[in-house]
Unconditional design. Structure first.
Length: 225
């Protein structure tokens, strides 16, 4: 009789496990992990993200593998988030509105006349003519703007690197071997690659709205007006 009662209790326990989805021990499938390697300032391989996904109720989720980042060193997004749907002239105009005004970014005040590092922006009306395929002073192996389009052009544009490159607490850009030997273009001390731009905001990057206008333009192949 004891054996019968024990068997009945065991069957009821099993039935209870099956009736409530919250106790299901079946392994669930986890979601894809987050992207940890943001679009970098140079074409290196970023770290792949990984995250434990949420499984079925009571189950164990599988670890999801995130997409690999484009380069280490910063967390700035690349062309994957760029909006290049506007007309080429509109993309140019939006970027020009950021780069050629004297305030609040401070580009114009330093990049007028002879221009710091030989870069004259304040009077520029055609960014393509001014920047595209023009060698940068501080990193001569890298053009001021590469018109290849997409991430290939973005990470090979000195303008973008100067806006997003890693920098120390004083705003001094951290050098990258991929940039080659730096050239002193008027910067002081050991600042071979100068300060991260804009110089009035060296302890943090340019705000996203203005950064996006420049990103969109370069990602679209840096069209003219």
């Amino acid at each position: 009789m004891g054996k019968v009662v024990g068997l009945a209790i065991a069957l009821l326990a099993l039935a209870g496990c099956k009736s409530d989805g919250g106790d299901d021990n079946t392994a669930g499938v986890g979601g894809a992990g987050g992207m940890l390697g943001g679009a970098g300032v140079s074409g290196g391989a970023g770290a792949s993200g990984a995250a434990a996904g949420a499984g079925g109720a009571g189950g164990t989720g599988m670890a999801g593998a995130g997409a690999a980042g484009m380069g280490g060193g910063n967390t700035f997004a690349g062309c994957a988030v760029a909006d290049t749907s506007a007309a080429p002239s509109a993309l140019h105009a939006a970027a020009a509105a950021v780069l050629t005004m004297a305030s609040p970014c401070g580009f114009g005040s330093c990049h007028a006349g002879q221009g710091k590092a030989g870069l004259i922006l304040l009077s520029a009306t055609d960014l393509r003519m001014t920047l595209v395929d023009k060698a940068s002073c501080q990193a001569p192996t890298i053009p001021l703007v590469d018109d290849a389009g997409g991430d290939a052009g973005l990470v090979h544009s000195w303008l973008w690197l100067k806006l997003t490159a890693p920098a120390d607490t004083s705003g001094v850009v951290t050098g990258d071997a991929a940039w080659g030997a730096g050239v002193n273009c008027g910067q002081t001390g050991g600042q071979m690659f100068g300060l991260r731009m804009p110089w009035t905001n060296t302890d943090m990057p340019l705000e996203e709205a203005r950064l996006a206008a420049i990103r969109n333009w370069i990602c679209a192949g840096a069209p003219g007006p």
